[in-house]
Design a protein around this ligand. Structure first.
Ligand code: DAH
Length: 363
């Protein structure tokens, strides 16, 4: 019997070591240890033996079973190692090959400028809000104290959307917003003062030349509280423009103007010098016009459910491209919208170096 077991062991060992892939190794395992395998058969034969014989033979068969299982395990480890070595040798990468060039995109100057503005006004405690590009007459005009037929409406060169047949009157008429002042209304309606908000985004006017494009961007500011006056407005504009242009002493000049939604209204200029044909922002002999502003008109506050006897404040608006052109020396407004990659590579900004509240304007 012992002789028989060692023969079986040799035979099985041979089958196992001849298995040169995982599939034939599995077949070898079934031949030895499977339900109808050689060792299983030996186990079954134990039943017909007398106790003494069964004890010795059983122990020997168990040893054989363990030996065969160990051989299979060893063979399997060897095969897996070999397969891995083959795979690794096939998948090697020649690191001496030249790298494929990667093209890095650039951030558009409008995006850069808006990120800078958010960073500056964020640190001044302003909240950021937004409104839709497709507006209605109420938010773009009526609520901002442009009554129907008011001549100031004509100055906006408005793009109106075709009427959808479901006309609910003049106030529901759809248009592309002509200014971001619409967001003043959206921000105040349904909220309670005080307000300290900026918003920015695309605005649309039917106009096209060196300094006008049918789409451009504006930033709008709104501050409403119990004792806000024009001194706060001027100080706010001064702080913001000084931070944006990175100039320490930047004078601001206010000139009387007219906007339906502010009273009094003022356009504001910032100081600059134009000596010997060189333009420089800061204290100097000249002024450059920057934007519109004023104390929010009582009618606007009333339209938004704010009591003008208790609250008052200022608003201002200016062009984002204009800020970018002056800061980064970009001469033609129209180039902002031409999607010319050469222009973008030249005037664009590093996408990994964004301005933020933590690191400031410089990113
Ligand atoms: N909405 C005006 C425009 O587009 C700019 C403006 C003027 C905004 C005065 C204001 C403001 O908030 O107070 O021409």
């Amino acid at each position: 019997m012992t002789q028989n077991l060692s023969t079986i062991k040799d035979e099985l060992a041979q089958v196992i070591s001849a298995a040169n892939d995982l599939k034939s190794l599995e077949e070898a395992r079934i031949t030895a240890l499977g339900k109808k395998g050689r060792i299983t058969d030996l186990m079954k034969s134990l039943g017909g033996m007398d106790p003494e014989e069964r004890k010795n033979f059983g122990a020997a068969v168990n040893m054989l079973k363990d030996d065969i299982a160990a051989l299979i395990e060893k063979q399997e480890a060897g095969l897996k190692k070999q397969a891995m070595a083959e795979r690794l040798s096939k998948e090697t990468i020649d690191v001496t090959l030249p790298a494929r060039p990667i093209t890095k995109g650039a951030i558009h100057p409008v995006t850069q400028t808006m990120d800078e503005l958010i960073s500056i006004f964020g640190s001044m405690g302003f909240e950021l809000d937004e409104g839709p590009d497709i507006e209605d007459d109420f938010h773009n005009f009526t609520a901002l104290n442009f009554p129907l037929g008011h001549p100031a409406r004509e100055m906006h060169d408005t793009f109106y959307l075709p009427e959808d047949g479901d006309e609910k009157g003049e106030a529901a008429k759809k248009l592309l917003r002509t200014h971001t002042s619409t967001v003043q209304i959206r921000h105040m309606l349904g909220r309670k003062p005080p307000f300290k908000m900026i918003c920015m985004g695309r605005v649309y006017r039917s106009d096209y030349d060196m300094t006008h494009t049918p789409v451009f961007h504006q930033i709008e500011g709104l501050v409403i509280d119990k004792a806000i006056n024009m001194g706060h407005l001027k100080g706010c504009l001064m702080d913001f423009l000084q931070a944006f242009f990175e100039v320490d002493n930047l004078p601001i000049r206010m000139r009387p103007s007219f906007f339906p939604f502010t009273e009094p209204s003022a356009e504001f200029d910032m100081g600059c010098s134009r000596k010997n044909g060189e333009f420089k922002i800061g204290q100097g002999d000249s002024w450059i016009e920057m934007g519109g502003s004023g104390m929010v008109h009582q009618n606007v506050l009333k339209h938004c459910g704010v009591d003008p006897n208790e609250y008052q404040g200022f608003a201002f608006g200016l062009g984002v491209e204009r800020l970018a052109m002056l800061k980064y020396g970009i001469p033609d407004l129209r180039t902002f919208f031409e999607s010319d990659v050469r222009w973008l590579n030249h005037y664009g900004f590093d996408p990994l170096d964004r301005p933020n509240r933590a690191t400031g304007v410089k990113g």
